[in-house]
Design a protein around this ligand. Structure first.
Ligand code: NAD
Length: 454
């Protein structure tokens, strides 16, 4: 399989894909490894993860370069991702032991009771390319600490990063038969669905997630899904500073070239501040620098996948055909690389794909609303439910809107944010189950109830 640099379209290297037979072998070794790994003390398992944490920092230049080269995010954002991943690992290092310790429930009387948390076994971690470190550590770190072994399928668009992760985990002291990567595209990932694995932890699109959930349903093992979104953001008429708000929203839209599961995907602005907001947003958007992600000062790199140029152009055309106005951007520049100028559309409505379907790129539709009731109705007019954001100075007013959002996260005066201490979860087409927080630690264990008499 060729690994392509999306900024230059040159081949970085070629890797060998896994086969059904090699995956079967990896599974067998993880199965025998799991029997030993679960018997290793949690302190020793955490010590190996601490080594990995240090190795991520020690190797950060190589890791950041690889990530930006194979997936196209601006180099500084690769460093930011590595830092963010290390913060999450720190959370797991500091908190896993207490959430996985046995819990005595009844200590008096004839029958004593306690809950013990046991690892699931060998789990699949099928992962996405947009934040390979962040979405990866959400799964394989708590899974390993809890005593599971992991068959890790990095996305084909971040294969080299996946191989770095595997190498550094082994170097840190996670035995080879406890963590194995599977290299290849979706057809290779498909083999994982045939194996008798003890859990499936998937990060990716709704379409693939739904397919995987249906395919493994008969196994009756945990299947957790972190999927896409069409996350709304609402600017109320009492915002303190329009320019600061617009700059904040723009970052939520275009960070990581708009390829974030919780990117701002549609904006609603109350009519009193609408014109000022749009002017400030467009002015800030026009200042963004697009170019090779390895160069300093670049805000927008190439999209990770070539087909996204066509997909985003089609969303823009669908909107303008239906009456939207394109205020800036939206061009695919001539020459090499999968670039797409950040775009702003107004006069949009919910008949247009750009307001209903996940874009996953640096384009946005901004719609005018009259009041909170209209904003709530539009924000909730979606099949997704990952995050929703409100900008205003009045927390009580914003909270009334937040309470009505059917989404896993809500934000007041911030957006596009994930915290290790809070559960990360989507509703409806955005997913099932939680990662991060204590819930994201307990996701990798079975509770066992002890009834002890005598
Ligand atoms: P994708 O669904 O195309 O692929 C995800 C993974 O599934 C890849 O590793 C791919 O090789 C594998 N895969 C594809 N077909 C398969 C099959 N039949 N069997 C087994 N594995 C298969 O998604 P993507 O393009 O990598 O990621 C982008 C999507 O992920 C976006 O929708 C984004 O919103 C979402 N995402 C969600 C979160 C979250 O936390 N909710 C985080 C990051 C990304």
């Amino acid at each position: 399989m060729d690994i392509i640099n999306p900024a230059t379209e040159s081949i970085i290297t070629t890797v060998t894909e896994d086969t059904e037979a090699s995956i079967q072998q990896k599974y067998q070794s993880l199965k025998s490894g799991q029997r030993l790994w679960k018997a290793v003390s949690i302190e020793k398992r955490i010590a190996a993860i601490e080594n990995f944490y240090l190795l991520l920092d020690k190797n950060k230049d190589e890791l950041a370069n690889t990530l930006s080269n194979e997936m196209g995010k601006p180099l500084q954002q690769s460093y930011n991702e590595l830092n963010g991943a290390r913060n999450r690992i720190q959370f797991f290092i500091e908190n896993s032991a207490r959430y996985l310790a046995e819990e005595w429930i009844t200590t008096e009387g004839a029958t004593k009771e306690k809950t013990v948390f046991e690892p699931l076994g060998v789990i699949a971690n099928i992962s996405a390319w947009n934040y390979p470190y962040l979405v990866g550590v959400n799964v394989f770190i708590p899974a390993l600490i809890a005593g599971n072994t992991v068959l890790y399928k990095p996305s084909e668009f971040t294969t080299l990063t996946g191989l770095h992760i595997e190498r550094l985990l082994h170097e840190g002291g996670v035995p080879e038969n406890c963590f194995q990567s599977v290299i290849g595209k979706g057809n290779v990932g498909e083999h994982l669905l045939q194996l008798p694995l003890d859990g499936y932890f998937f990060t990716g699109s709704y379409k693939t997630g739904k397919y995987i959930a249906e395919k493994v349903a008969g196994k009756l093992v945990p299947c957790q899904l972190e999927l896409g979104g069409k996350d709304p953001l609402y600017v109320m008429d009492d915002v303190a500073d329009i320019a600061i708000t617009a700059a904040n929203v723009l970052e939520g839209v275009v960070y990581n070239n708009g390829q974030s599961c919780c990117a701002v995907e549609r904006v609603y602005v109350q009519e009193k501040v609408y014109d000022a907001f749009v002017a400030a947003y467009v002015s800030a958007c026009k200042k963004l620098q697009m170019g090779n992600p390895m160069q300093k000062g670049i805000d927008i790199g190439p999209l990770a996948r070539k087909e996204q140029q066509e997909f985003l152009s089609a969303q823009i055309k669908d909107a303008t055909d239906k009456g939207a106005t394109l205020l800036c951007g939206g061009n695919v520049p001539e020459g090499k690389g999968y670039f797409m100028e950040p775009a702003v559309l107004v006069n949009v409505n919910h008949t247009m794909a750009i307001m209903k379907e996940e874009s996953f790129g640096p384009i946005i539709g901004i719609q005018k609303v009259t009041d909170d009731a209209e904003a709530i109705a539009l924000m909730q007019d979606t099949d997704y439910g990952l995050t929703a954001s409100i900008y205003s100075t009045d927390f009580n007013r914003a909270e009334k809107v937040m309470q009505q959002m059917n989404s896993g996260s809500v934000y007041w005066n911030c957006c596009d944010r994930v915290s290790a201490t809070l559960p990360w979860s989507g509703r409806q087409h955005s997913g099932l189950g939680s990662t991060l927080s204590y819930q994201g630690i307990r996701a990798f264990v079975h509770p066992k109830a002890y009834h002890i008499r005598g």
